[in-house]
Design a protein around this ligand. Structure first.
Ligand code: PLP
Length: 431
């Protein structure tokens, strides 16, 4: 443990609750002192004590090109010189909207906002406005930001209403939110049978990155799509994490390959579309999006929405990742990491399972891949925590909680992967 990080943590805790501006950064799940990051370059982050780490968090997803990509840096520097914020429309917003729409065929219009929380919250309001219905379904273990109606966990029975997971959220605020088990078809059928005519939308993380890495199974997504269509509820894909990350067209493009004609009704994006700047978006058909103010009755607004520096950053990032071969290369890097870690685990005789898609991966200390949140909870947390610290000590920065996915960037080299795998072999041998 370096003194400089401990010293900064002490100081931070005096003026910032818990010393952090977003809870998971505090290392509470794994214990120990969070690293205070002073700079980053390519696949590396450097802490306040000058220690270098291979970064598998990538700011929790956005840094798909690695840190300080020259084309992105240039675009941001140019935009900053032109002005930080105008509170008036710009051509760059149109360009970014056009870029997003060209890559995601299910959406015809998009609105830019500043965070994934804001995008998901606005998408729900839009779905409620479009259907005139109050209820929504979410799934245990999926995170859609911290809007009141989404801070909810399941009730005791099947398809019962949930309880707030945060103080400050009155039970009445979550009374319209139904929380179901991920990948549980039976509960889904029951919920639609009981509440189908009251449902405004179902919100799904198609590959849930907030319970490490759990895929929605294809039959589950297929049936979910059918039920939403039959009952007139909107299917909202929260692709804040998976969008432009697991594939150029997001997770929905992968399901569309497996389910003929598949498309969600609303899509929510964040992270990669901002390239590391505060930017997120939600999009849908022109018909649904035209319900938003100023055209329609659903209110939604933002002082910094479509910020010119953030849009420059996002646009430059999307233009890089849409270059031919980008995702093949990124996927190959992720696959080589996962294969290396898997081989190290097998050699050490440690039961570990892995999954990955595009530039996102997950691993569990378990003998089979969990399909829902309770199964994630049943994996070996103590072992994860020991592994996390052993890796950190060896200069590899994994997410500091077993509930989080990992991210690989285009800047990670074969040497970085090899160094990570040999660190893992040592870490696993420690027990
Ligand atoms: C799937 C998903 N949706 C929404 C959010 C909220 O985004 P933000 O942190 O930008 O508010 C996150 C954040 O991690 C996320 O992973």
């Amino acid at each position: 443990m370096t003194d400089k990080n401990a010293e900064l943590f002490e100081r931070a805790q005096r003026v910032i609750p818990g010393g952090v501006n977003s809870p998971v950064r505090a290392f509470r799940a794994v214990g120990g002192t969070p690293r205070f990051i002073s700079r980053a370059q390519g696949p590396y982050i450097f802490d306040a004590a000058g220690q270098r780490y291979i970064d598998y968090i990538g700011s929790w997803g956005p840094m798909i090109l690695g840190h300080g990509h020259p084309a992105v840096l240039e675009a941001v520097q140019k935009a900053a010189t032109e002005g930080f914020s105008f509170g008036a429309p710009t051509e760059r917003e149109i360009e970014l909207a056009e870029e997003i729409i060209s890559l995601v065929p299910s959406i015809e219009q998009v609105r830019l906002v500043s965070s994934g929380t804001e995008a998901a919250m606005s998408a729900i309001r839009l779905a409620r406005g479009a259907t005139g219905r109050p209820m929504l379904i979410k799934f245990e273990g999926c995170y859609h930001g911290h809007a009141d109606a989404l801070l909810v966990k399941g009730g005791s029975g099947m398809a019962t209403f949930g309880h707030p997971t945060s103080a400050g959220v009155p039970p009445e605020v979550v009374q319209h939110t139904l929380v179901l088990e991920y990948n549980n078809l039976e509960q889904l059928e029951e919920a639609f049978a009981l509440h189908g005519d009251q449902l405004a939308c179902v919100m799904l993380e198609p590959i849930a990155g907030n319970m490490n890495f759990v895929r929605a199974q294809v039959p589950f997504v297929r049936r979910l799509r059918e039920l939403c269509t039959q009952h007139g509820a909107l299917l909202a894909f929260d692709e804040v994490m998976t969008g432009f990350r697991v594939a150029l067209g997001g997770a929905q493009s992968l399901y569309a390959q497996l389910i003929p004609g598949f498309a969600p009704d609303i899509s929510v994006f964040g992270k990669v579309i901002g390239g590391g700047m505060p930017l997120a978006a939600f999009g849908a058909s022109r018909e649904v999006m035209s319900l938003l103010a100023p055209l329609g009755p659903v209110y939604q607004a933002g002082t910094l929405s479509g910020n010119p520096v953030a849009t420059a950053c996002g646009l430059a990032t999307l233009r890089e990742i849409r270059k031919p071969g980008f995702f093949d290369q990124l996927s190959a890097t992720t696959a080589s990491l996962v294969q290396g870690l898997d081989a190290a685990a097998q050699k050490a005789g440690v039961p570990m399972v892995f999954d990955h898609q595009g530039g996102m991966f997950g691993f569990f200390f378990a003998s089979e891949l969990p399909q829902h949140y309770n199964a994630v909870l049943a994996t070996d947390k103590e072992r994860f925590n020991r592994f996390f610290h052993a890796m950190l000590d060896r200069g590899v920065y994994l997410a500091p909680a077993l509930y989080e996915a990992g991210f690989v960037s285009a800047a990670h080299t074969t040497d970085d992967i090899a160094a990570t795998v040999s660190a893992a072999a040592e870490a696993l041998a420690l027990g």
